[in-house]
Design a protein around this ligand. Structure first.
Ligand SMILES: [Zn+2]
Length: 403
């Protein structure tokens, strides 16, 4: 324990080593130099005089564990205030590299019980191309959860305003996801019960994004609002890092639900799968945010995932292995988004689709009913992009099982 405050000057403690310093020969102390610290000190305290110590992995105090530098952090003691300053990379290039250390820094800050603490972010490269739509989203999330940017350019400051509501994040995320659907993104929507739903991969680079989105939602959550995080697991179960889960639990209001093939299989076999999160995730991935394919309605609370080949029929179809049945039941191509009205009309076979994607009403339907359906069905034909071979095959199975 050696938090030394010489002559009452602001005092920095900085872990020298990054995780890979040993093999890469790049030390945090080479990047966050005394010159950088002077600027940080000036911006936080208004004075340039300070003391600092760069410490080894074995060093520990109430704010730093005996490990390498996690979260690209420097700790600054100013009288009885403790400042956590996280630093960007020098090159803010990749989609993910610049984000990685942010949730880690936040976790350390948030979980520390010391009351008089503050959280900052310092850009080591202000001039770099850091203002892509994705970066903007991340910066806005950071400011939402309480990061103060020490040296953002006025333009960056302006475009990274904190989010004001969970809905605000959903709408912004939608723009992002629509553009990048092929990426394994974190998806945000609302369930039919009005709960906020986060569908996120919880390993690899996605875990950082998923964590940040959850933190921001928890900060903005109204008291009556529920949030569900669906951890989409693949293969060996990999949950969010323990520190992130601890933060989520401490913030409160978020239910963490694990989902993945193994779990869905068990639910399916035990006949428990009334609503499958993995199916919804697959639809989000294939079709983007919830929107009725037949009327364009985007109100997520009344949009549902509609199976083309219904699960009840898949269960009864002859000659299939259990694995095949599960695969068809969860396949994003075996479905479309429909509002509650259109879903019911589709389920009751009052309307169906031809192989060219155009809407067909049931023959002999009362004219008044037909007129009503025509009226609410603003979109008379599914987009070409939806009519994959597999989708059409499901459509065929549907008509076979219906007739
Ligand atoms: Zn509709």
């Amino acid at each position: 324990m050696s938090i030394i405050k010489r002559e009452g000057l602001p005092h920095f403690v900085v872990k020298k080593n990054l995780q890979k310093s040993g093999t890469r020969g790049i030390y945090f102390s080479d990047v966050v130099t005394e010159e950088v610290l002077r600027d940080v000190c000036l911006k936080i305290t208004g004075q340039m005089e300070f003391t600092c110590e760069y410490v080894d992995n074995s060093y520990h105090d109430p704010f730093l564990d005996a490990t390498y530098n996690k979260g690209r952090l420097a700790i600054l003691h100013v009288e009885d205030t403790v400042c956590y300053i996280s630093f960007s990379e020098r090159e803010i290039g990749g989609r993910n590299s610049s984000v990685q250390s942010v949730p880690t820094a936040f976790n350390l800050f948030y979980l520390n019980p010391y009351p008089n603490k503050r959280l900052f972010y310092y850009f080591l490269n202000v001039a770099g191309n850091a203002e892509t739509a994705y970066q903007r989203l991340i910066y806005r999330l950071m400011r939402t959860i309480g990061f103060t940017f020490l040296n953002a350019s006025p333009s960056l400051e302006q475009i990274s305003s904190p989010f004001t509501s969970a809905e605000d994040i959903i709408l912004n995320r939608k723009v992002n996801a629509d553009r990048n659907r092929s990426n394994n993104s974190t998806y945000l929507t609302k369930g039919t019960d009005g709960a906020l739903e986060v569908y996120g991969k919880t390993y690899g680079a996605n875990k950082y994004e998923t964590s940040l989105i959850c933190y921001a939602l928890a900060c903005l959550r109204r008291p009556e609002q529920r949030i569900r995080l669906y951890e989409v697991l693949e293969g060996n179960l990999k949950e969010l890092p323990e520190a992130s889960l601890r933060v989520i639990r401490k913030m409160g209001g978020i239910d963490v639900v694990r989902t993945g093939m193994t779990l869905e299989k068990r639910n399916y076999q035990e006949n428990k799968s009334l609503r499958s999160p993995l199916y919804i995730y697959n639809l989000l991935r294939r079709l983007g945010n919830k929107h009725c394919a037949l009327c364009g309605c985007e109100i997520p609370e009344i949009i549902q995932g509609a199976h083309v080949w219904p699960v009840s029929k898949i269960k009864k179809a002859p000659g299939l292995t259990p694995e095949q049945r599960l695969e068809y039941a969860l396949d994003g191509e075996n479905g479309l988004w429909l509002c509650e009205n259109h879903h019911k009309l589709f389920d009751e076979n009052l309307l169906s689709f031809d192989q060219d994607g155009s809407v067909r009403l049931r023959e002999g339907l009362d004219e008044r009913y037909a007129n009503y359906i025509q009226e609410i069905t603003k979109i008379q034909s599914l987009p070409q992009s939806m009519l994959t071979k597999r989708f059409l095959w499901y459509l065929e199975q549907r008509s076979l099982s219906v007739s």
